[in-house]
Design a protein around this ligand. Structure first.
Ligand SMILES: Nc1ncnc2c1ncn2[C@@H]1O[C@H](COP(=O)(O)OP(=O)(O)OP(=O)(O)O)[C@@H](O)[C@H]1O
Ligand SMILES: [Mg+2]
Length: 591
């Protein structure tokens, strides 16, 4: 009934609020017992009225009973309030601790984890799961304790009063509960888990679907083009329908017997009436059962359904714990990065956690300090993966990556991140002012530094477009930035950060030639005297770079400068020819 594992798991987040939860449970139990008293009083009133009938003036105790009923009701409600105050206060604190712990842990997880787990899924785990446990602790738990205490008190009353009638009144309840048990079955917890998982999958795919709507619409596709979303809906439907159909029969019998309680009582009383000294006495006793049997049933019903809530809360707790179990990257912090920023990738192989194919196999390359090194190659070759491994989004499966001779696994994340700027293929701006977005690069930057970065990244024209200038909030109504503009803001952010290493994943397509020209100027400013790895899609931008590496299919195919690579007459040469062709087409289009 009260799930011990769940309580233990929840109390781990509770700290000293554990005692407040226990106090709440005790108050709720007291309130439940007190709430039985008014019903006994009302029954005593009725019994006295029947007893003295028709000489009602003899019913002298009625007033006392009525007052007692009122007083006990009020006390019971007040105690229940106290119980709820305790459990609410504790539940909010526990849910808060849970969210803080989950978010703090999330910050420690490898950045790659966020690529794997959709944002819909993460939001659901953190927010809804802690929400579930919050309602369980605040409401269901105290009610459950109350519901457990009441039937015990009532059962004792029912049996001490007249055990035969007690038995008859309890029989339909027991039979119906047997059906209920059958309905719930052993695999109940598993079913609830499956239900939550299919909801979670559907939720996640729905978020992805909404994100993809522009693509779906522009290509004139229907919802069915989003096969994954459609599949999760079908999975959910199949699960829900099969589960519901299985419950049909036990549910019908359960409802039948529960509603048959009055019939049992009437039939039982026909048999037992002869055993009572007077019909009047029997009628009064009978009323007692009419009063109390439904209470007993209601409470037991509450207990049964609360088991569902506790399974839900347990499942939510498991989901949070599963996330908390995800290992953060190990930080020995043995070494510090300073002075030397030569990047050396040695024999690195890597497979994404959710994939079977190697994204990189035995790659070795050097990125000497203070120079620009370029990675080029066909799409899906492993360029972005290489850059992400340098920033330790994931740990390599084998081989090593070092900066200035120090393995990146030996420095803290803070140290590594403060020395690297990553300009992504598709940059993300926060829903915050342009200024805040730029200052992400260096939160304590002075206004002069910010102005310099804006100028260097050629962002002045973007800011001049908006009335509120730097304090314009990106992503609000009417404030839209083009891909190229976003790229420039991201560059301003990186310039402000002024870190010695820059990983530059060039966007596949810049918006227009003017933007591209501005971006090239900004890049020049950013990469001055820095150790730079640039992933280039337009080969023209890296023609003058002396170290170019061609990566394809997760392997390093060839290296050299532009001229040397052309002479090799291999992959780079064919890419260059393709590129020239494409560029001349574009030129023709413009003409
Ligand atoms: N999050 C991920 N999970 C699983 N596999 C991935 C993930 N990201 C990339 N891959 C796979 O790893 C391989 C290398 O991908 P990567 O993104 O590094 O290519 P790329 O060279 O940057 O391509 P592009 O030029 O299109 O940006 C591809 O086969 C890709 O399918
Ligand atoms: Mg890429």
């Amino acid at each position: 009934m009260i799930n011990k594992n769940l309580m233990k798991g929840l109390f781990k987040f509770a700290g000293r609020h554990k005692y407040l939860t226990i106090a709440g449970m005790i108050f709720s139990a007291i309130s439940a017992i007190l709430s039985v008293v008014p019903i006994i009083m009302i029954w005593l009133c009725t019994a006295e009225v029947i007893d003295t009938w028709p000489n009602f003036q003899d019913a002298t105790s009625i007033k006392t009973y009525a007052w007692m009923a009122l007083i006990f009701s009020v006390i019971s409600i007040l105690v229940y309030f106290a119980a709820l105050m305790c459990t609410h206060f504790a539940a909010f604190r526990i849910a808060k601790n849970m969210r803080i712990e989950a978010l703090t842990h999330l910050m420690k997880l490898p950045l790659g984890y966020f690529n794997e787990s959709g944002s819909g899924k993460l939001r659901r785990v953190i927010d809804e799961s802690s929400g579930h446990t919050e309602t369980y602790l605040a409401h269901q738990l105290p009610d459950l304790v109350g519901a457990m205490v009441t039937p015990i008190a009532v059962l004792i009353l029912l049996f001490t009063f007249n055990w035969k009638m007690g038995l008859i009144s309890i029989a339909p309840i027991i039979i119906s509960f047997l059906f209920l048990f059958q309905m719930i079955g052993k695999d109940h917890a598993q079913n609830i888990k499956n239900y939550q998982t299919s909801l979670e999958n559907m939720n996640n795919e729905a978020v992805e679907y909404v994100r993809g709507i522009p693509v779906v619409k522009t290509f004139g596709q229907s919802i069915f083009s989003f096969k994954k979303f459609y599949d999760t809906i079908i999975q959910y439907r199949d699960f829900a329908v099969t589960y519901t159909l299985r419950l049909r029969r036990p549910m019908s019998f359960y409802t039948l017997f529960i509603n048959a309680i009055p019939i049992f009582l009437v039939l039982g009383s026909i048999f037992l009436i002869s055993t009572s000294p007077t019909p009047k006495k029997f009628f009064v006793d009978f009323l007692f059962y009419v009063f109390f049997t439904p209470i007993c049933f209601n409470m037991m019903n509450k207990i049964m359904w609360s088991s569902e809530e506790s399974v839900k809360a347990e499942d939510a707790l498991n989901r949070i714990n599963e996330m908390l179990k995800k290992e953060p990257l190990k930080e020995t912090g043995k070494a510090k990065l300073k002075g030397n920023f030569d990047i050396s990738i040695k024999d690195v192989s890597f497979t994404y956690p959710n994939s079977n194919n190697k994204a990189l196999s035995n790659i070795s390359l050097e990125i000497p300090q203070g120079t620009t090194t370029a990675l080029v190659g066909p799409s899906g070759g492993g360029k972005s993966t290489t850059a992400m491994l340098i920033a330790r989004f994931f740990d390599v499966d084998s081989g090593s990556i070092s900066i200035g001779g120090v393995d990146i696994r030996d420095v803290t994340e803070k140290d590594l991140m403060s020395n690297i700027s990553f300009v992504f293929q598709d940059n993300h701006l926060f829903k915050a002012s342009i200024l805040e977005n730029i200052m992400e690069g260096k939160p304590d930057a002075t206004m002069e530094e910010v102005t310099y970065a804006i100028k260097a990244a050629h962002c002045e024209d973007i800011i001049a477009k908006f009335e509120s200038g730097l304090s314009t909030v990106v992503g609000t109504k009417g404030v839209y930035l083009s891909g190229g503009e976003v790229q420039r803001i991201a560059l301003a952010r990186a310039i402000l950060k002024d870190s010695p290493i820059i990983l530059l994943d060039e966007a596949t397509a810049f918006a227009d030639p003017e933007n591209e020209y501005e971006i090239q100027l900004a890049l020049k400013e950013l990469t001055k005297d820095k150790t730079v790895l640039v992933i280039a899609h337009r080969l023209s931008t890296i023609k003058n770079v002396s170290n170019i590496h061609v990566v394809s299919d997760g392997k390093l195919m060839e290296s050299g400068n532009h001229r040397e690579l052309l002479e090799k007459n291999c992959l780079y040469k064919s890419m260059w020819d393709e590129y020239q062709k494409a560029a001349s087409w574009k030129l023709k289009e413009v003409i």
